[in-house]
Design a protein around this ligand. Structure first.
Ligand SMILES: C[S@@+](CC[C@H](N)C(=O)[O-])C[C@H]1O[C@@H](n2cnc3c(N)ncnc32)[C@H](O)[C@@H]1O
Length: 238
């Protein structure tokens, strides 16, 4: 029996099959959630990516922020800090991830955790003032990615901000991409990344917003690490 099948219970197949070792297996969850490890995985860019993500939340309405899925490192505690005295909402499909994040939140800050598949959120329409998606999209197969993005738009209030921190689109200029071996390794470890690289994220999001009767404007887009990563914020029309 393949190991990943043990993790299939109430878990999307792609998460169990390709990422059980990263997000579902308790000992490795503990292992990966060290700042220097997650920083190494992101080629030393974690702090910079987090700083740029948080900068885009400056002066933003944080009355009801949603972090769409857990992340390793100190992003969630920092977001909870920023949102205080309001609560940060966080949803993830993996209980072990939610438990792990809860332990990182200072006792005087508020975090509401829910366990949901981001493809089918149980939240009402237009309920969050901003939605933050940090390195989730490239880990999803294309159909799951579509559902997650449609849900992210659906739960966002008109006038709200959608913040995406991700791999850049086809980073032709970057050595890690140009060098066939590293591109091959990345594609092995992150099997949906090659597809994600080719997608026009903004166009896709704008199409999904239009389907829901909104326009979605790029408010800020910034390359990080010579375009290997990006931080983009979008504003949903009123
Ligand atoms: C945000 S992503 C990657 C984060 C990034 N590698 C980091 O830790 O900085 C990883 C999280 O997404 C969650 N996840 C993946 N697919 C999901 C889905 N369909 N619904 C909810 N959570 C999901 C996983 O359980 C995991 O906690």
């Amino acid at each position: 029996m393949r190991i990943y099948r043990r993790f299939l219970h109430a878990t999307p197949w792609y998460l169990a099959k390709y990422y059980w070792w990263a997000y579902l297996f308790r000992p490795t969850v503990w292992f990966f959630d060290h700042q220097w490890i997650i920083n190494a995985i992101l080629f030393g860019q974690y702090k910079k990516l987090m700083r740029k993500t948080l900068a885009l939340l400056k002066d933003e309405d944080l009355s009801l922020p949603l972090q769409l899925t857990s992340v390793y490192g100190c992003l969630s505690p920092t977001l909870a800090e920023r949102a205080a005295p309001n609560s940060l909402h966080l949803t993830d499909v993996a209980t072990v991830q939610l438990e792990h994040t809860l332990r990182k939140i200072p006792a005087d800050k508020r975090l509401y955790c829910t366990r949901m598949n981001a493809e089918h959120l149980g939240y009402a329409d237009a309920c969050f003032s901003c939605v933050i998606v940090f390195f989730l999209l490239h880990e999803l197969p294309v159909d799951a990615r579509e559902r997650v993005l449609r849900e992210a738009i659906r739960v966002l209030k008109p006038g709200g901000k959608l913040l995406v921190t991700e791999y850049g689109s086809t980073p032709n200029r970057h050595l890690l991409y140009r060098f066939g071996f590293t591109r091959w390794v990345l594609g092995k470890v992150e099997p949906f990344l090659p597809g994600f690289w080719q997608e026009d994220l903004t166009k896709i999001l704008q199409d999904y917003a239009l389907d829901q009767g909104h326009t979605l404007l790029v408010e800020h887009e910034e390359d990080v690490f010579n375009g290997f990563y990006r931080v983009v914020s979008y504003r949903l029309s009123e």
